[in-house]
Design a protein around this ligand. Structure first.
Ligand code: B12
Ligand code: SF4
Ligand code: SF4
Length: 257
């Protein structure tokens, strides 16, 4: 999906090394969580897996010039409520809201430190799912999107930036993938075109079906809805339709329908 949000990039050579105040950082996490961005991970750049580092460097991201990568996401229903209360009267309201909150977090709780925005921007391709897996947020699933032991398939990545400060690292408990104990795999049988397979996701079949006339997958994914993990975090139908209509519009743009 194309977004055009103007962001000022920071030259890494003039990045400040920020003294961080643990209490302030924690208060900033609480601020983000209260406003719906309830998944936060602070990673040590040098500890990232080799394939992720390689991908990011190949994408032009000066990862080795920074100390920490901060990944921010939302899980469950809270973000949609806070977003609606904030207002959705703009193009790309979720990206705008995520940037607004993340900028507040940086200015108020990180002493307005210089950062390099990674996402959402059009500047870089960031392997968000690899970062989510490294953070312990998610595991690969037959759906292509990740699955979280806390939120099931109902979470997404909302912002990411690099910072040259010794922010305290976050640690996650490593619960097993929910897919391991899901023997019936209802996501697989619920897909009308067998795009969802245990070992892979047939993206082309999914896209063809979504673009077909009167597709039942135009504004939802029956396979995702069939996942029984953490149904209490399943987005409302309004939110589901919002996301799927956006991605369908992007597919129509790309494929010229
Ligand atoms: C391009 C893209 C798409 C394209 C194509 C997907 C593809 N894999 O090529 C399209 C438009 C089809 C798409 C659709 C959707 N996407 Co998408 N997409 C992306 C995007 C921008 C880039 C993916 C990429 O190439 N990454 C580069 C590689 C190297 O990074 P990676 O982490 O290793 O990539 C992994 C994914 O590509 C994944 N993968 C492989 N096949 C598929 C297929 C699907 C459908 C998905 C979602 C992932 C996936 O496996 C890779 C290896 O780990 C990412 C954001 C991002 N920057 O990662 C979102 C992202 C993968 N999408 C996401 C989502 C939620 C969706 C939708 C469900 C949105 C919606 N509600 O409509 C739909 C899927 C529904 C459907 N059945 O069509 C989320 C997944 C969140 C999660 N929980 O894991 C991401 C991370 C965006 C985000 N902000 O959170 N998407
Ligand atoms: S239905 Fe089962 S296999 Fe499919 S994503 Fe959910 S937990 Fe994983
Ligand atoms: S959107 Fe439809 S075709 Fe695509 S994976 Fe979901 S159920 Fe299958």
């Amino acid at each position: 999906m194309r977004i055009s949000i103007r962001i000022v990039f920071t030259d890494p050579s003039v990045v400040n090394q920020v003294e961080c105040n643990m209490t302030s950082v924690e208060a900033g996490f609480q601020f983000l969580k209260k406003n719906g961005l309830n998944l936060i991970s602070v990673m040590n750049c040098v500890d990232l897996p080799a394939r992720t580092l390689k991908f990011m460097q190949g994408s032009g991201i000066p990862i080795i010039d920074y100390r920490r990568l901060v990944l921010i996401g939302h899980g469950g229903r809270c973000m949609w409520q806070t977003l609606k209360a904030h207002g959705m009267d703009s193009a790309n309201p979720i990206d705008r809201y995520s940037i607004f909150l993340t900028q507040q977090f940086i200015s108020t709780y990180l002493d307005n430190a210089a950062v390099l925005w990674l996402y959402p921007t059009l500047q870089y391709v960031v392997p968000l799912q690899q970062l989510g897996e490294f953070s312990g947020w998610s595991f690969p699933s037959p759906l292509g999107s990740g699955i979280s032991s806390e939120y099931g398939v109902w979470f997404a990545y909302r912002a990411a930036f690099l910072i040259n400060a010794e922010l305290p690292l976050t640690f996650s408990t490593s619960a097993p993938s929910p897919c391991n104990n899901c023997f019936k795999k209802p996501c697989v049988s619920a897909c009308p075109v067998n795009a969802v397979q245990v070992e892979s996701f047939a993206l082309e079949s999914c896209i063809d079906h979504r673009l077909s006339l009167d597709s039942p997958c135009a504004d939802r994914c029956p396979a995702r809805l069939a996942c029984p993990i953490h149904p209490e975090h399943r987005y409302t139908l309004e939110q589901i339709q919002y996301h799927y209509r956006c991605s369908l519009a992007a597919l129509h743009d790309w494929y010229g329908h």
